[in-house]
Design a binder for this molecule. Structure first.
Ligand code: HEM
Length: 624
């Protein structure tokens, strides 16, 4: 049964239900048998050894006054205690209280037990236990699965709608605005919702058709083909099978957004039917949790969004021959990475240094490792995001040529989640000097360079813990609210996932906000890394509790893929042991300030660093 998907709890419930049912049948059988064999029970009716029988007691109580036995006690005093349930009847009979069930039921002067008995019998006769079984089975087979699917889809839709409302502020009353598009809508203004929905559907359908037609027209024109009028369906069909790269240049963002708005309005979101470029644009407006939720809804969703899965399913590791869906998934996760994280590697000097460190000596990698084409492809896409970024100050144009030598992972989705877990220790690794001192607290980065010499808990304490996430140490010291407020002013990178957006700290709730990589950048979601100069953060950052907790708390964990987090944690433990052993062996306890620290470089794997006695930071690439 377990194999069929039943949970242990359900199996137990069914087993108990069956046992109860069988017991009921058995008891009913027993009761009937007593009725059919009165003599057997009547034989002992006068037996006083165990006190008066129920039968006798009934006779006594039928009289006007209670009878007395030889000792002068009233026979009422000898009444057997009330039965709590019909099951106690069996026990009583067993001990010699021999009385027929029918007698008890017909005993007019002993109404309480009779009612109880009838009540209990009614419960069993009504099929109570079987009802329990039926409910358990129904609950498992229908409700559980249904509710799970419903909640998945519901949360997904809510996510879509929320984001759409956030990014398209003018769409709060979409139905109305869309209804105004055609004369029919004016006419249908007071009609039923169903008619409205039908109308919305036709409007959306027109929008989709128009969208495809416009793409195919442009596509045909660009290939010097003349498109006959009325051939739009055909062109549409063909245009959808063209590669994403070709189509992407003809898509205007506004059009895609308008299309998606229409689709949200009609409450049908079959995104898998859209062309790849529209899918990329649409998913780039969603938080990763919603993208994952969409991925889990069905196989089509997974095919669309999991580039690692598609490649694995095809047994494909040759990059170029990757199926189209894999390319779409790769591009979707690339756009999410671009939106949420890429700026720290291209527009933040500490991140740029970290990236340069990763890229240093890449030719050594080339010699040591066989390049994987699929991983090389992922890396090329990453480079295109980081190096070609509008904020980029990197001199890495030539790196593209060497892209096949570095292969962080074969899946862009995995890279996204690995980076979201490791970016903090990766970027600030080694930043623990009095000139350049960065520390991680509750998922955010703080520049404490100007404060380190003033720290009441000594400069050395801070230097020892900086250059990495020090939340546990910070919290273990029980820093006061004043210390926490002091830290807020030094925050340089805010992790959108580790903030409490609803936290007001007793103050007025902030109004709507727009987040972005830059203050004037496009509207991004709250899920990635944000510059504190961003307007909305600026408003909220000084509210205690928003960035870091007001009092001693466990470290805030950002939402990411659990299995990736767990795997990294396990690997980190092993690396720490290896690094400590290496430190003892090669440097000795006198050669180090602090210990040998480890961090995960998303481009190159596990790396170590330590501070020598002259306060120079040394980075080590461990040999594997
Ligand atoms: C941005 C980061 C930090 C700020 C702004 C900060 C600020 C402060 C302040 C204001 C105090 C005075 C006591 C209080 O008000 O709670 C203090 C004490 C102290 N801090 Fe920090 N601190 C930071 C990080 C750390 C870290 C990472 C450690 C690592 C262990 C640390 C260790 C200590 C110690 C040992 C004391 C002395 C506690 C005592 O005397 O009771 N601090 N810090």
């Amino acid at each position: 049964m377990l194999l069929l998907g039943f949970e242990l709890q359900d199996v137990l419930r069914v087993a108990v239900g069956i046992a109860l049912g069988l017991l009921t049948v058995y008891r009913r059988e027993l009761s009937c048998n007593r009725d059919y064999h009165p003599d057997e029970y009547d034989k002992t009716s006068g037996d006083r050894e165990h006190g008066p029988s129920l039968h006798d007691r009934g006779k006594d109580s039928a009289g006007s006054s209670p009878t007395r036995d030889d000792h002068g006690f009233s026979s009422r005093a000898m009444v057997i205690p009330r039965r709590k349930s019909s099951s106690s009847l069996l026990t009583a009979s067993h001990h010699g209280e021999n009385r027929r069930v029918t007698d008890v039921i017909s005993d007019k002067n002993n109404e309480d037990p009779t009612e109880e008995l009838l009540e209990s019998a009614g419960f069993f006769l009504s099929g109570g236990p079987f009802l329990h079984i039926a409910i358990a089975v129904f609950h498992h087979l229908v409700l559980t699965n249904f509710m799970y699917n419903f909640s998945c889809v519901n949360s997904l839709l809510r996510g879509f709608t929320t984001n759409i409302y956030r990014f398209f502020p003018g769409t709060l009353h979409q139905e109305n605005s869309i209804s105004q598009l055609t004369p029919e809508s004016i006419h249908a203004g007071n009609e039923t919702t169903r008619q409205d929905e039908q109308h919305l559907y036709s409007v959306a359908w027109n929008a989709v058709t128009e969208y495809f037609t416009s793409i195919s027209t442009k596509f045909d024109r660009s290939h010097g083909r003349t498109k006959r009028s009325g051939d739009s369906t055909l062109s549409m069909k063909y245009s959808r099978s063209k590669s994403t790269g070709n189509l992407q240049q003809y898509i205007s963002d506004d059009h895609s957004r308008a299309l998606f708005r229409e689709m949200v309005a009609m409450k049908i979101l079959d995104v898998t039917l859209l062309p790849s470029d529209a899918q990329i644009v649409i998913f780039s407006y969603l938080p990763p949790a919603d993208v994952l939720a969409f991925m889990c809804t069905n196989k089509a969703g997974r095919n669309l969004l999991d580039d690692g899965y598609v490649a694995a399913a095809q047994g494909d590791d040759n990059g170029g021959a990757c199926v189209k869906n894999g390319d779409t998934a790769l591009l979707i996760w690339k756009s999410l990475f671009h939106r949420d994280y890429s700026w720290v590697l291209s527009d933040w000097d500490i991140g740029i240094e970290a990236f340069q460190r990763s890229m240093a000596n890449y030719h050594c990698h080339q010699q040591r490792q066989q390049p994987s084409p699929k991983a090389g492809k992922v890396f090329r896409h990453l480079l295109s995001v980081i190096v070609d970024s509008e904020y980029s100050m990197l001199p890495f144009g030539s790196m593209m040529a060497a892209s096949s030598s570095i292969h962080p992972t074969t899946s862009m989705k995995d890279f996204y989640f690995i980076f979201s877990e490791t970016w903090l220790n990766y970027t600030i690794a080694g930043c623990n000097s009095t000139e350049k001192c960065f520390i991680g607290l509750h998922g955010h980065v703080f520049d404490i360079s100007s404060f380190v010499a003033l720290h009441p808990g000594s400069t050395e304490t801070l230097l020892l813990q900086s250059g990495r996430d020090a939340t546990v140490f910070f919290e273990s010291m029980g820093h006061s609210l004043g210390a926490r407020k002091l830290a807020l002013g030094m925050c340089v990178v805010v992790n959108g996932q580790c903030t409490r957006w609803n936290f007001t700290g007793g103050e007025e709730m902030c109004g709507s906000f727009q987040l972005g990589a830059g203050a004037s950048g496009p509207p991004f979601s709250t899920c990635g890394l944000i510059k504190p100069k961003c307007k909305s953060i600026d408003v909220k950052r000084n509210i205690p509790g928003f960035l870091i907790p007001r009092k001693r708390s466990l470290p805030r964990i950002q939402g990411a893929l659990h299995h990736i987090r767990e795997q990294l944690r396990r690997e980190e433990e092993l690396e720490l042991v290896k690094a400590a052993r290496w430190g003892n062996e090669y440097l000795g306890s006198n050669g180090l300030f602090g210990g040998v620290h480890v961090y995960y470089d998303p481009f190159r794997g596990w790396q170590w660093w330590y501070t020598d006695r002259d306060f120079n930071v040394v980075y080590i690439e461990p040999t594997r």
